[in-house]
Design a protein around this ligand. Structure first.
Ligand code: PLP
Length: 301
């Protein structure tokens, strides 16, 4: 709870682990730093956010920082796909200052982005990785933490002072092994990699057809539409950490027409089953296409 940037943290403050400092995601569509120069190159954009991170590291005192934790691709809070060079840069900063790099792959792991783990898109190896959801394809509840051998070795000397009723539950572990084998046999990750382009095309088409779509993004089958009232000002269809009648109506239309999807503030998340076919994806997108007429009504043309 302490380390998350998700606003569900706030209700717990200040009764959380101390010493946590947050930094900004490289979120291009709404980058405060780049309002005046939105056409900056991807490399320069990534470098600006790395500079921001390094500045925070220096102010906080590098020797006092144990770890940097981030989702390899931020999930619920915006499918924020790091620009080329960013993750490599975070790795380099961690190496430079002796900081442990921790990647949260709970949402982005196990094929979701078209690689087994999202961080592989940038050829970066974190020191610690968290995983859950896709680890068993949710057939059984299981979370896990992977770490480099030198970090794991610390627990040979010092017991990890914790206990959970279902730690290493054999049913969940068997489900994980079976799931990973099935993913390999059925070439699920390869399928998702191929579907990424299909989803991109469908999202782009929706974006072109609907004035309430400000931006679409996806990596593999991890996608999002940002809905806005005005494409120029980027005023969101619902406020940060809030909802709006239009977003509620869009969600209701989809549910009423048999499409279950996740709306979050002013965004619509597209996170379908990894085995989805092009036809099935199209079926869902056709419903969303109609639902977007609801938000279009309040969007400046
Ligand atoms: C990115 C991310 N990290 C961590 C968690 C928490 O995972 P768990 O419920 O397995 O502890 C979630 C849960 O939704 C998540 O989406």
């Amino acid at each position: 709870m302490a380390v998350t940037g998700d606003p569900r943290r706030v209700g717990w403050e200040p009764n959380l682990m101390t010493g946590v400092v947050h930094f900004l995601d490289p979120y291009r569509y709404r980058s405060t730093f780049h309002r005046m120069n939105p056409d900056i190159s991807e490399e320069e954009f990534a470098q600006d956010y790395l500079n921001h991170l390094e500045e925070i590291i220096l102010y906080e005192g590098p020797e006092s920082i144990a770890g940097i934790l981030m989702e390899s691709v931020t999930g619920t809070n915006g499918i924020i796909i790091p620009p080329q060079g960013y993750m490599q840069g975070v790795r380099a900063l961690c190496d430079k200052y002796g900081i442990v790099m921790i990647c949260d792959e709970v949402m982005s792991g196990f094929g979701r982005t078209g690689k087994m783990f999202a961080i592989e898109h940038w050829d970066v190896v974190p020191d610690i990785m968290t995983m859950a959801k896709g680890l068993t394809s949710a057939y059984a509840p299981l979370g896990a933490v992977a770490m480099k051998p030198e970090i794991a070795a610390a627990f040979d000397e010092h017991a990890f002072e914790s206990g959970l009723t279902y730690t290493s539950h054999p049913i969940s572990l068997a489900a994980a092994v079976a799931n990973i084998n099935a993913m390999r046999e059925d070439k699920i990750v390869e399928h998702v990699a191929g579907m990424g382009g299909v989803l991109r095309r469908m999202l782009t088409d929706l974006g072109e057809a609907h004035p309430s779509v400000g931006e679409v993004r996806n990596i593999g089958l991890f996608g999002i539409l940002e809905l806005v009232k005005d494409r120029k000002t980027k005023e969101p269809m619902a406020p940060w950490n809030g909802s709006s009648p239009e977003m509620a109506a869009l969600k209701k239309y989809c549910t009423d027409h048999g499409l279950f999807l996740y709306t979050h503030w002013h965004t619509v998340l597209i996170i379908p089953p990894l085995i989805i076919t092009e036809e099935q994806l199209k079926e869902g997108m056709d419903i969303l296409d109609k639902a977007l007429e609801i938000t279009d009504k309040v969007a400046n043309k």
